[in-house]
Write a protein that binds this ligand. Structure first.
Ligand code: AR6
Length: 175
C-alpha cells in the first residue's frame, strides 16, 4: 500500500489519528515543547490520568486516553537526552519507537503520528534521530499489515526536509 509512511508539517495536536505520540519526560506530568502542547490541547483530565502512571523510564512508553484531542489515544514515551552519542542514545530512541508501535497494536490502533522525539529540548541531532525513526518504523511495518499509516509529524520546514530526504532514499518507501 502506498503512503503507509508519510512526513508532514503540522501541530500534532490537530491530527485525527488513532494515536499520537508524546515526547514526554520521566515524570509524565507535562513539560514544554510537544508535551506542553498535548497537555494543553487535551485538557486537565490527561494530567489526572498521567498522575496514576508512576512515570515512565527512558525508552519505554505508556498509553492514555486523549480527552479533548481529536486522536483516540496518547502514547507517552521518554526519549534520551543527547549526550554525544556514546551513552546508548540510539538504542533508547529506537526503543521509544518500538514500544510505541507495540502499544498501538495492543490497543488496535491503525494510524499513529510521531513527533520528532528527543530532537527539541533533548538536543538529539535531527538527521540521526530521523534515520533511527524511519528505520525502526519501516522494519516494523514489514511484518505488521494491520498498521495502516505512520505519520512523522514535523514542526519545522527543516525537519520535514530531513525526513523527506531520508524517505526518498529508501527503496521500501511504497511498502
Ligand atoms: N506538534 C508537533 N511537533 C512539535 C510540537 C507540536 N505541537 N511542539 C513541538 N514539536 P520537544 P524532546 C516538536 O522539545 O526533545 C518537554 O518539556 C519540536 O519542534 O517537545 O523529546 C518534555 O516534558 C521537536 O522537533 O521534545 C521533556 O522534558 C520535537 O517536537 C522534553 O521536552 C520534540 O521536541 C523532551 O524533549
Amino acid at each position: 500500500m502506498k503512503n503507509r509512511i508519510i512526513a508532514i508539517k503540522a501541530n500534532i495536536t490537530t491530527l485525527e489519528v488513532d494515536a499520537i505520540v508524546n515526547a514526554a519526560n520521566q515524570s509524565l506530568l507535562g513539560g514544554g515543547g510537544v508535551d506542553g502542547a498535548i497537555h494543553e490541547a487535551a485538557g486537565p483530565d490527561l494530567l489526572d490520568e498521567c498522575e496514576k502512571l508512576n512515570g515512565c523510564d527512558i525508552g519505554d512508553a505508556k498509553i492514555t486516553a486523549a480527552y479533548d484531542l481529536p486522536a483516540k489515544y496518547v502514547i507517552h514515551t521518554v526519549g534520551p537526552m543527547w549526550d554525544g552519542g556514546d551513552f546508548g542514545e540510539g538504542f533508547l530512541l529506537e526503543s521509544c519507537y518500538k514500544n510505541a508501535l507495540d502499544l498501538m497494536l495492543q490497543y488496535k490502533c491503525k494510524t499513529i503520528a510521531f513527533p520528532s522525539i528527543s530532537t527539541g529540548m533533548y538536543c538529539y541531532p535531527i538527521e540521526d534521530a530521523a534515520t533511527i525513526a524511519f528505520a525502526t518504523v519501516i522494519e516494523r511495518l514489514k511484518d505488521t499489515p494491520e498498521i495502516e499509516q505512520v505519520i512523522f509529524c514535523c514542526f519545522s520546514d527543516y525537519d520535514l526536509d530531513v525526513y523527506n530526504e531520508i524517505m526518498s532514499c529508501n527503496e521500501f518507501l511504497t511498502l
